[in-house]
Design a protein. Structure first.
Length: 264
């Protein structure tokens, strides 16, 4: 039995009522599928879909998020592919759309993420499990917002995702929305992921600079170098998965941000 569903790109696709051969092209959504209770149904994932690690080791790797092995995907004969507008290559995804049901997420904020969790839960016949995850996420982040107000957290910050050139998370990104939720004002107001020099950044007078663990793996030596360049700014290494993974990882992110707010 098949049914029509609408993805977050507002595309209508026809999918099996209970998909049995799923390929996930996005790490955070792969983790979500496993946390929803799927196992045998997930036949392929990317080399970056490392959580949970035991499941990752058992599955066929279909390439990277932006460099998929199309022929390998074809050989797996999926009945559903789940991707994301930002994280996957448009040309490759459009090619797959010609041959398979491809459900795409498009996520810029926490509400989008929760809508995607609900939609994916319905897509794979795990609606109660998805609803419970969203309950935990909604309650947790509501508490984080309240705590930010009660503690008067109101700091200017910047979030660095890449090194040389220096690329930051700007407006219309999931990272920016989470920063706002926990009481921070992003000084990088350009849209998406602009390149900003250290001189330009200093002029915006951030109080905090976050160095993410992904996609560029910033280390302690990078922190020390940045601290020399920006002596009046508190530079911190942060967990990129907690700031940018928009699936079930958000449940774990709540506790991370409670501790994070204490450090601020």
């Amino acid at each position: 039995m098949q049914r029509s569903v609408t993805d977050q790109l507002q595309r209508t696709i026809v999918v099996p009522k209970s998909p049995r051969r799923i390929i996930s092209l996005v790490p955070s959504q792969t983790e979500l599928l496993f946390d929803l209770g799927l196992d045998a149904e997930i036949i392929g994932l990317t080399k970056f879909c490392v959580h949970p690690i035991a499941k990752f080791a058992e599955r066929t790797k279909v390439g990277g998020t932006k460099k998929l092995n199309i022929e390998l995907i074809r050989s797996l004969e999926p009945d559903l592919i789940i991707g994301n507008r930002e994280e996957n290559d448009q040309a490759q995804v459009e090619l797959l759309m010609e041959e398979y049901p491809v459900w795409m997420s498009d996520i810029c904020n926490l509400d989008d993420a929760m809508q995607a969790i609900s939609a994916i839960g319905a897509l794979v016949d795990r609606e109660p499990e998805a609803a419970y995850l969203n309950h935990l996420i909604h309650a947790g982040f509501s508490d984080l917002r309240t705590l930010a107000l009660q503690q008067g957290i109101d700091k200017k910050a910047a979030y660095l995702i890449w090194n040389k050139p220096f690329m930051f998370a700007g407006r219309n990104t999931f990272i920016d929305d989470l920063m706002t939720t926990i009481g921070l004002t992003n000084v990088v107001r350009e849209k998406r992921y602009p390149v900003v020099s250290m001189e330009e950044l200093a002029a915006r007078q951030p109080e905090l600079l976050f160095l993410s663990s992904e996609p560029y793996p910033f280390k302690e030596k990078d922190l020390e170098e940045m601290q020399l360049v920006l002596p009046g700014v508190k530079v911190m290494l942060v967990d990129g998965e907690m700031f940018s993974w928009y699936g079930s990882r958000l449940v774990k992110a709540v506790q991370y941000f409670f501790q994070f707010q204490k450090e601020l």
